[in-house]
Design a protein around this ligand. Structure first.
Ligand SMILES: Cc1cc2nc3c(=O)[nH]c(=O)nc-3n(C[C@H](O)[C@H](O)[C@H](O)COP(=O)(O)OP(=O)(O)OC[C@H]3O[C@@H](n4cnc5c(N)ncnc54)[C@H](O)[C@@H]3O)c2cc1C
Length: 651
């Protein structure tokens, strides 16, 4: 009886949480039954007590304060709280994950929901012309677990040469051989063959698995790669160039966010406080010594302060980390003066060097057989029950992202294993759900969708997304004002560098050739030849046409990075040093995707988790190596608040 009541309560809570997400309840008619089945078969997993505890009463002072509980921040919170005599506060602007965010096929329903910051960069005429107001949509997680709760879970590490390049730029400790142990440390590789590889780890917090469900197209994608002469390879192993099925940060077919992986298992640690719905607005820095000593934040509508005895760590992501530095007076002096923020330290690189991976997302191919992931056919009550009971089936598909190809275009060095192009091979397209959620998530205009895609609604199709791996275009983040709640100015500058246009255009041509392979032709594969709106004035399939085409449905792959660049003091654009300490400021680090000096050649969640792992060790190494006493003496002068609850450590 108690169990039944529990299930009913949980189902009610689940439905409420799910329907609270914009649109989900309306479009997914099977949702209540689905959630009931989930609750019945996964009652233990559903227990809300399993989630991280939202600490209501906070101490005044902690050893470390981490701002942002995303891909990197969650790792830091776990690893730093391993030291029992350190008290850690994690401030997160968002709330809990939901039952919907666990279901891989539904991830696009999280875009534009309450779990999304819903950033929109400035309109520019170089990209995203098919989108409402010609503005791209920068989805970013506002939830514990950050963007790892909204992402498509693809587990890709990048290329050995990426990290060796970081090291060659003066970033000691970041060569591939030095970061590989940190990838392995996090990993719990569930593929038994890969688990034996020296490149993979088992027993870590982060579950990495193959997809329990592939369509026949997924298999054909990999065969097509082989037909084109590429190896089938472990793209996270010795050789990146080649084709493979994607691997995912999933556990038993459900999303394994960093909140699930790194925070849930340590939720009862007494020395870790997680404050949800706590929006940091400023880092407190003592102006004469330039030492960070706390964080100002808003919670329950009131301004609050927490003090940090040792360090403040920014892990708020590539938009909010530079924004918070600027709001705290760290950045370009002239810019700070313009927006009325008192200067603490002139650091012109803050917010610059913005990089992202983009793709031409419209490349759609029709097929003659029912082999793709058409929503109305495959996402229904049967597949919902299959997911709930067995943890497999179409609902475990990451929106059809099934296989990957890494290769070097004619603009790269083809004798080298350092690809400049990633093919994301998808058994869906924007048309898969008949012009509803995908169109909305990507911000496509009705005019573009109806002209280009609507004739394919509900038909069997697949897509190839060519993603440019080492873009040369650079954007930036700046403040619009000194109001911490106002979104910053975001300028993407996509496709402003002519080399990016050339590589992307080549990727498009290769994608069309890919669709012509026998492996795909056997399903009747043919490119959707409709001229794209906005480019109809151009002769189709000329270079000019393709250049226009890639500027229409330009899809960010959501890999915002580089805005707090890591580099030695001799690099005027560097924001943090190779130990991730902010140049010129004591007691302050940035540890998230923003520190990448160059974006890695692949999807960046795994590299960001690695940065969290390595950053944690850098902090532990510093504080366990004899600088503690001096630090504690220094801090006495900052402790303006009494701290009754604080433990006095003997270390
Ligand atoms: C839709 C989408 C799909 C993606 N797909 C993939 C994929 O399949 N594979 C892959 O490898 N990568 C993918 N990525 C990219 C990857 O998930 C991100 O690059 C990575 O999660 C970034 O980690 P981060 O720690 O830098 O920032 P985030 O994970 O974004 O974390 C930042 C955290 O800080 C919090 N925060 C921000 N401002 C404040 C503030 N002022 N106060 C308190 N908290 C604050 C945020 O709410 C958030 O929780 C995807 C990203 C998105 C958005």
């Amino acid at each position: 009886m108690v169990a039944v009541t529990g299930v009913v309560t949980v189902v009610g809570a689940a439905i409420k949480a799910a329907t609270g997400l914009v649109g989900v309840g309306k479009t997914l008619w099977f949702l209540p039954t689905f959630l009931a089945a989930l609750a019945y078969y996964n009652y233990d997993l559903f227990d809300p007590e399993q989630r991280p505890i939202n600490q209501r009463v906070l101490r005044e002072e902690y050893d470390f304060i981490i701002v942002g509980g995303g891909s990197a921040g969650a790792v830091l919170a776990n690893r730093l709280s391993e030291v029992p005599h350190w008290n850690i506060l994690l401030l997160e602007a968002g709330g809990h994950e939901t039952e919907i965010s666990d279901v891989p096929v539904l991830s696009l329903y999280l875009h534009k929901s309450k779990l999304d910051w819903k950033y929109r960069p400035q309109a520019q005429d170089t990209a995203c012309q098919a989108m409402i107001d010609k503005r791209c949509c920068w989805t970013k997680g506002k939830v514990i677990g950050g963007s790892s709760v909204l992402n498509t879970m693809l587990y890709i590490r990048g290329n050995r040469r990426d990290y060796d390049q970081w090291a060659s730029m003066g970033n000691y400790g970041w060569s591939f051989d030095e970061v590989l142990p940190y990838f392995k440390k996090s990993e719990d590789q569930r593929n038994p063959y890969l688990a034996k590889s020296p490149y993979h780890g088992v027993g870590g917090y982060l579950t990495v698995q193959d997809n329990p469900y592939n369509t026949p197209l997924g298999v054909a994608f990999v065969q097509a790669g082989e037909e084109l002469g590429y190896d089938i390879t472990d793209v996270n192993g010795a050789q990146q160039t080649g084709y493979a099925f994607y691997q995912y940060t999933m556990r038993r077919g459900q999303r394994c966010s960093t909140a699930k992986a790194f925070l849930r298992p340590v939720r009862l640690r007494k020395n870790l406080h997680i404050a949800l719905w706590a929006h940091a607005t400023k880092i407190l820095i003592e102006p004469t010594t330039k030492r960070a000593y706390g964080v100002e934040f808003i919670r329950d509508g009131a301004k609050r302060v927490a003090l940090a005895r040792r360090e403040v760590i920014l892990s708020a992501g590539a938009v909010a980390s530079p924004q918070l530095l600027l709001l705290s007076g760290i950045g370009d002096a002239e810019h700070l003066q313009e927006v009325g923020v008192p200067l603490v330290h002139h650091l012109p690189g803050v917010g610059q060097n913005l990089q992202d991976h983009i793709s031409a997302a419209g490349l759609t191919f029709q097929v003659d057989y029912p082999v793709s992931l058409v929503q109305n056919r495959l996402v229904n009550i049967n597949s919902a029950l299959r997911y709930a009971i067995l943890g497999d089936g179409p609902l475990t598909s990451s929106v059809g992202l099934e296989a990957v190809g890494f290769f070097t275009t004619k603009y790269g060095n083809q004798s080298d294993d350092w690809p400049d192009m990633e093919f994301m091979l998808v058994s869906t397209s924007a048309t898969t759900d008949g012009g509803t959620q995908i169109k909305k998530a990507h911000g496509l205009t009705d005019a573009f969708y109806n002209d280009y895609f609507a004739p394919l609604n509900g038909k069997d199709v697949f897509s190839v997304w060519p993603m440019i791996l080492r873009p040369k275009s650079r954007g930036y983040i700046k403040l619009r004002s000194n109001d911490p709640l106002r979104y910053p100015l975001m300028v993407h500058n996509y496709l402003t560098h002519p080399d990016d246009v050339r590589v992307m255009r080549e990727g498009v041509k290769q994608a069309i050739a890919f669709g012509e392979t026998a492996a795909l032709k056997r399903f009747g594969s043919r490119f959707w030849r409709k001229p794209a709106p906005g480019c109809k004035h151009l002769q189709v399939y000329t270079d000019e046409y393709w250049e226009c085409y890639i500027r229409q449905y330009t899809l960010t792959i959501y890999h915002l990075s580089g805005t707090c660049k890591m580099g030695p003091a001799s690099d005027p654009a560097a924001v943090v040093d190779p130990e991730l300490r902010v140049h010129g400021i004591k007691g302050l680090r940035v540890i998230d995707a923003s520190i990448m000096p160059r974006v890695t050649s692949g999807n960046i969640n795994a590299p960001t988790i690695m940065i969290g792992e390595k950053g944690s060790d850098l902090i532990k190494a510093l504080w366990r190596n004899g600088r503690r006493r001096r630090r504690r003496r220094d801090l006495r002068s900052f402790s303006t608040h009494a701290c009754d609850n604080c433990t006095v450590y003997e270390i």
